[in-house]
Ligand binder design. Structure first.
Ligand code: ATP
Length: 593
């Protein structure tokens, strides 16, 4: 398959906003792709070289890309720099320089396979000559690329592909390409993806062996499972009512969710909530986990929380964030901020796939599997049926440093539901008890210039929720409150990788910010209440035609949700549910509130 044909599809994808058209374009593309090429094509179209959890970095920065563009076009570095300042997009600059160039003889067209292999080689180059090798390979690709190919190549290497197709859209398109496109077919493909988190691999298997192959996909040690997520309740009675019988209450620890894979040979891999490898940050856990697990292999889930080594008490979450992304000074941090992993689930134990077992069985297996120690313990749990003991347990949880409780179903259907949010797990936090509304996680999609004290800086940010059905990011508030000077100063740097010239295609808002950003950075905000607004687009028209949900008096809590991918942000459906709950509570005669 020619790379030119692929970028032609990219161009068409960028030009359309119709979900059904996107799906048709993609499923036609998938069908036309040879099966052995399909995995690479899936990764490439997501701006990746391998599934995200492998953490492969290309190692190409703007300076190197500029040099490659200059060399391929036979111009000075300075000219590329000047032109890109005007266009604001090195991809466009590469395209323009390429189209201005006349070739003496036509060169061999680029094949997708070759492009992929070269990009892999660029990512794999190491050591002294690595920069030169990357430059040589990238220049080699650009020399043979046509103008549009050059644009997408440069955008790819700089991590700004911008065609805006997300996992859910890709799954949908796969179901149409290789099955009947029904909801049931899509669910079977999605299940396989949830268990292995590798869309390229799933696509390859599906195209070669059909839908049946999806049913035999199972957990593999070393490949993260997409996490099961919780719904929320406004009160403990409501949470218990939803359980229709006895429930397990657990402490809701406020730390980092960790999925631990302990292989047969004792190798440990740790994944974050967004499935990034984080074992380098927790060498202490990597060292203690093999001995804490009585049977291997094992795949476990827990929350990693800072603890006081002298008293075993839980410490504030902020202390753990200092350990994220740090690989230096680990020795000092390990002793200063020791952590404990509170395990709450087991997905695989030896050869048994426990994930499909109901929760009570998983919990008792977990209890038999773990030899607790200072840094690996079981999440506190109590089974309750009545409100009294539940409230007592909740108070206990708070007094011991947890932020609330998780209410978990004990029903036969309480399997571990990878990648799904449902009422099998319900979170109930302290802030609900105190009458404050829950925090929301919004994705930054735009920024506004500041005035007065904030002149010359960003003054406010436009936040969006994620709508998985439409695969779009829909604005729900403009927030400027809650940023101290340090946070405000950090914003441009944090947003730089997501900057773009125009409104990204997957973004929907009635506002026109001064700067646009592709969805990347997630912030935690609080607000007074949800209202309906004609300028915001969250779940547009769901309650009233021409209106979306908006958060009134939004305020940044100071917490950057780096552990969340943009698609993990609060969803537009959650906003709708919260709005309805709010209406119910304030309606006269319901007795709520
Ligand atoms: P999301 O619900 O999208 O994960 P969030 O990250 O804001 O949003 P929380 O409101 O913190 O989620 O609630 C769910 C999270 O609570 C889990 O992802 C997990 O990290 C954490 N957690 C803490 N204790 C437990 C427990 N005992 N069982 C399950 N999850 C727990």
């Amino acid at each position: 398959m020619r790379y030119r044909d692929l970028v032609e599809v990219y161009e068409r994808l960028e030009a359309t906003r119709q979900h059904s058209e996107v799906r048709t374009l993609l499923s036609e593309l998938f069908r036309a792709t040879p099966p052995q090429l399909l995995p690479s094509l899936l990764y490439l179209s997501q701006g990746l070289l391998r599934p995200e959890f492998e953490g492969i970095e290309l190692g190409v920065g703007e300076a190197l890309a500029r040099k490659a563009i200059a060399q391929a076009a036979g111009v000075e570095d300075g000219q590329v720099r000047r032109e890109s300042t005007v266009s604001g997009d090195l991809g466009v600059t590469a395209e323009r320089l390429r189209s201005g160039q006349r070739r003496l003889e036509p060169l061999e067209p680029l094949e997708v396979e070759e492009v992929y292999a070269e990009l892999r080689a660029i990512a794999a180059s190491r050591g002294d000559g690595a920069q030169e090798e990357r430059l040589r390979r990238l220049t080699g690709l650009l020399v043979r690329a046509g103008p549009v190919e050059a644009r997408y190549l440069i955008r790819f290497v700089l991590g700004s592909l911008r065609i805006g197709i997300r996992e859910m859209t890709l799954l949908d398109a796969l179901a149409h390409a290789f099955a009947d496109g029904s909801k049931a077919a899509r669910a079977r493909i999605e299940r396989a993806f949830n268990l292995c988190s590798d869309l390229g691999w799933v696509a390859g298997e599906l195209s070669r062996h059909g839908l049946e192959a999806m049913d035999s996909v199972t957990i593999q040690v070393g490949r993260p499972v997409r996490p099961m997520l919780a719904e929320r309740a406004r009160s403990l009675p409501e949470a218990l009512k939803r359980m229709h019988g006895p429930a397990a209450l657990e402490y809701k620890y406020d730390g980092l969710r960790v999925q631990a894979h302990v292989a047969d040979d004792g190798t440990v891999r740790l994944f974050s909530r967004r499935l990034e490898r984080i074992d380098a940050q927790f060498p202490d856990l990597v060292a203690t986990l093999p001995a804490a697990v009585r049977r291997r292999p094992a795949v476990l889930e827990g929350e990693c929380v800072p603890v006081d080594p002298d008293t075993d008490e839980i410490r504030p979450f902020q202390e753990i964030s200092r350990r994220r992304g740090r690989i230096y000074e680990l020795d000092r941090l390990q002793s200063e901020v020791p952590v404990c992993l509170f395990l709450f689930d087991v997905l695989l134990e030896g050869t048994d796939l426990t994930l499909d077992r109901p929760f009570p069985e998983r919990r008792s297996r977990l209890e038999g599997l773990i030899a607790p120690g200072p840094s690996v313990r079981l999440a506190e749990q109590r089974r309750v049926e009545a409100l009294g003991p539940a409230e007592e347990f909740f108070d206990l949880a708070l007094s011991e440093g947890a932020e609330g409780v998780m209410v978990k179903s004990l029903a036969p259907e309480s399997q571990y539901r990878a990648g799904a949010r449902g009422f099998w797990w319900i979170k109930y936090k302290r802030e609900y008890a105190e009458g404050l509304s829950d925090s929301l996680d919004g994705v930054v999609i735009g920024a506004f210039h500041g005035r007065g004290r904030r002149a010359g800086r960003f003054g406010a940010f436009l936040l969006a929720s994620y709508n998985p059905e439409k695969d779009r990011f829909e604005s729900f508030c403009k927030v400027g409150t809650g940023f101290d000077d340090a946070a405000l100063a950090e914003m441009p740097g944090r947003l730089a990788p997501w900057s773009c010239a125009d409104r990204p295609p997957m973004v929907d808002t009635g506002l026109a910010p001064d700067r646009w950003f592709r969805p990347g950075l997630v912030l935690e905000v609080r607000g007074a209440e949800l209202t309906l607004s004609p300028i915001h687009r969250a779940d547009f028209g769901a309650i009233r035609p021409g209106s979306g949900f908006a958060l009134r008096f939004p305020r940044f809590t100071g917490r950057f949700r780096d552990e969340k991918a943009p698609t993990d942000a609060t969803s537009s459906t959650e906003l709708r549910r919260m709005y309805r709950q709010q209406v119910r509570q304030s309606a006269p005669g319901t007795g709520g509130g």
